[in-house]
Design a protein. Structure first.
Length: 103
């Protein structure tokens, strides 16, 4: 369902340690906007009864049922956008703005 690259997994673990969120799952949320694109959110949280749980290596991801379909087959990466400026990106084939990488 959701894939996390090695770079993203490393940064997630660093963020959990810095935020003293050890033992908590990574919650990923997705919401379709008015222009049909998808807006994403991430944070550490406790799971709720109806959450969908996804194991990405040794990272547990939790997703609400309303976000699960929007996140199907998404890959999360952590990349350098500009020199010394890194951020998480969502490569999501369900987002109309997504362009598959050229091989």
């Amino acid at each position: 369902m959701i894939t996390v690259t090695t770079a993203a997994a490393t940064q997630i673990k660093i963020s959990a340690e810095q935020g003293k969120a050890g033992g908590m799952s990574l919650r990923i949320a997705a919401e379709r906007t008015e222009d049909n694109s998808i807006h994403y959110g991430m944070g550490f949280d406790d799971s709720k009864e109806d959450d969908v749980k996804v194991a990405a290596g040794d990272i547990e991801i939790i997703v609400s049922p309303s976000s699960a379909d929007l996140l199907k087959d998404t890959t999360i990466d952590f990349v350098e956008i500009e020199p010394e400026k890194f951020q998480f990106i969502f490569m999501n084939p369900n987002d109309p703005n997504y362009k598959a990488p050229v091989e």
